[in-house]
Design a protein around this ligand. Structure first.
Ligand SMILES: Cc1cc2nc3c(=O)[nH]c(=O)nc-3n(C[C@H](O)[C@H](O)[C@H](O)COP(=O)(O)OP(=O)(O)OC[C@H]3O[C@@H](n4cnc5c(N)ncnc54)[C@H](O)[C@@H]3O)c2cc1C
Ligand code: FES
Length: 259
């Protein structure tokens, strides 16, 4: 069930580069949240502000044992810049949990998770859930060490097997995370991916060749976030689907990427 409520900011810390980690308390939501789902935040200088007008979508990055929700965001524009000003104790207008999360109805499989850039944010929550019952490997990639440092620390702390690729070679393998997969030659039974479309398209092509099924999480610019405005549609082999409602997670086989 989607709930709209004012949630309390527990902390909002810069965790490197342009990344911030926002911790919020929303006990009404925590029992119904699944990895891959997102929340829609109304951000403003005060609660009456309509600038920016539209809510901004953010994936659930983690859920702590104490049931605090973590969102990891990168400052890219007006909304995320204003979000950095939120302080402990401030209230934030949240709608969620939204969308269809990753389907996890299998156990004890050899699973590969591939994440690029900010697409790694929802995969951390997923990896923590999957690591309990599956043989799991995570491959993450980004521009450079600075961009990857936060994620490296988190996966290390969670004791999840992972490898890193950076474009400039400042951490791990030099190249894209897909190049790393090719070199590493991991043959999973199943895979999950989130990241830039170019990366997802390559993952889809390789997975099809190798006959590996999986799921991908997509991003599109959103307005309503609840399936009404159709601003977030993406091509699939079932026709256009709403990323906010039928997604953001789709089966790897059904998504149609433009060339
Ligand atoms: C389902 C979903 C989950 C997301 N999860 C996260 C997350 O966990 N962490 C995170 O940092 N970001 C996430 N995003 C992207 C995030 O919503 C945008 O970065 C944010 O809305 C930008 O707001 P802004 O006002 O700062 O930037 P704007 O001023 O609106 O835009 C600034 C720049 O960001 C780009 N942008 C804006 N909206 C989106 C969008 N929806 N997707 C991709 N690029 C966008 C614009 O093209 C522009 O270059 C997610 C997006 C979706 C759709
Ligand atoms: S954002 Fe309105 S339908 Fe998806």
């Amino acid at each position: 069930m989607v709930i709209g409520l004012m949630v309390e900011v527990k902390s909002n810390q810069r965790v490197g580069n342009d990344y911030y980690l926002l911790k919020i308390r929303a006990l009404e939501l925590t029992d119904s949240i699944f990895p891959g789902q997102f929340v829609h935040l109304k951000i403003g200088r005060d609660n009456l502000s309509f600038d920016p007008l539209l809510r901004r979508p953010f994936s659930i990055h983690d859920l702590s044992d104490e049931k605090d929700i973590y969102l990891l965001y990168r400052v890219v524009g007006k909304g995320t810049r204003i979000l950095t000003d939120y302080k402990t104790g401030d209230k934030l207008d949240l709608l969620g949990p939204l969308g269809q999360g990753f389907k996890l109805d299998f156990v004890s499989r050899k699973i590969l998770i591939i994440g690029g850039g900010m697409g790694i944010a929802p995969l951390y929550f997923l990896a923590k859930r999957l690591a309990k019952q599956n043989l799991l490997k995570v491959l993450i990639g980004g521009k450079n060490k600075e961009e990857m440092e936060y994620f490296i620390a988190r996966f290390r702390q969670a004791d999840i097997e992972f490898a890193v690729a950076t474009m400039d070679g400042s951490a791990g393998f030099q190249g894209t995370v897909v190049d790393l997969w090719q070199k590493d030659n991991t043959q999973p039974d199943y895979l999950f991916a989130c990241g830039p479309e170019a990366m997802l398209r390559e993952v889809q092509v390789i997975a099809q060749k190798k006959g590996i099924p999986g799921q991908v999480s997509l991003e599109e610019r959103m307005a309503c976030g609840i399936g009404v405005c159709l601003s977030c549609v993406h091509k699939t082999n079932k026709g256009n689907q709403r990323v906010c409602k039928e997604g953001p997670v789709f089966s790897l086989e059904e998504v149609v990427f433009d060339d």
